[in-house]
Design a protein around this ligand. Sequence first.
Ligand SMILES: C[S@@+](CC[C@H](N)C(=O)[O-])C[C@H]1O[C@@H](n2cnc3c(N)ncnc32)[C@H](O)[C@@H]1O
Length: 271
Amino acid sequence: MLEEQIDPNKPDPARVYDWFLDGKTSYPADEQAGQFVAGIWPGVKTAARANRAFIHRAVRWLTGEAGIRQFLDIGTGIPTEPNLHQTAQSLAPDARIVYTDNRLIVLRYAEALMTGTPEGRTAYLHADFFDPPSILGSAEMRAVLDFSQPVALCLNALLHYIADDPERGVTAHDLVAAYVDALPSGSCLVVTHVTSDFDPPTWDRIISGDRAATGQMGQVRTEPEIARFFDGLELVEPGLVPPQDWRPDGPVPAEATHAAVSMWAGVARKP
Ligand SMILES: C[S@@+](CC[C@H](N)C(=O)[O-])C[C@H]1O[C@@H](n2cnc3c(N)ncnc32)[C@H](O)[C@@H]1O
């Protein structure tokens, strides 16, 4: 759902994540939710950093080796330097990026995302992942991205907020498929997602915890469930791995154990 009003008293996923990254855009309710999660999952700040570091390496790979010049980033979050467009445009100044999020706090700070190169373009769309036509059919988005050319669809740390709703017949997998279907051959899908696989007792406590207190985590998934987001696509090396193990630039920090980070990450190409 599109957020219509900022409620400082209710923890918000974008602001709680900003707190995990030691950002400056959270309210006491977000900090309280962050402290609650960190009390159960001590690795959460390490995980947030590992996720951001993965995004930079993946975007460098996409821009450099894969030659991608267009990015659709859904669930962008509050701007955190370096933002995706800064990484892409540092290698390819003509890269074009559309950012999307459904939280008003992200819209409020979106100007910080519009600092791209003159050769490239960046745009921001206030939209909900649950409503693919509002993103894929958006004139603002189509003015920046050319869907006859490859696009990297980036769904980083988003899909665990997207719970399946069998009663409404909505699943995160169907939604991802709707976006991927709209992309031309040569496009890529980038996903990071939290998992209970590496530390089941911690995740039992998070899953059974009060959803409101955790900042509304939607659905924690296992490796096979996350792998299914890539159905019909070709995972690039090293495949679906914890984000810190995806083409690391150097030694992985000692604190970034699989249990501490508790995430899977992958990049795949559409044939
Ligand atoms: C944990 S942050 C991830 C930020 C960034 N992608 C990253 O990985 O660093 C998740 C973001 O997804 C956004 N989000 C959650 N549900 C959404 C939805 N239904 N549509 C669009 N954005 C959503 C939240 O507002 C939040 O900013």
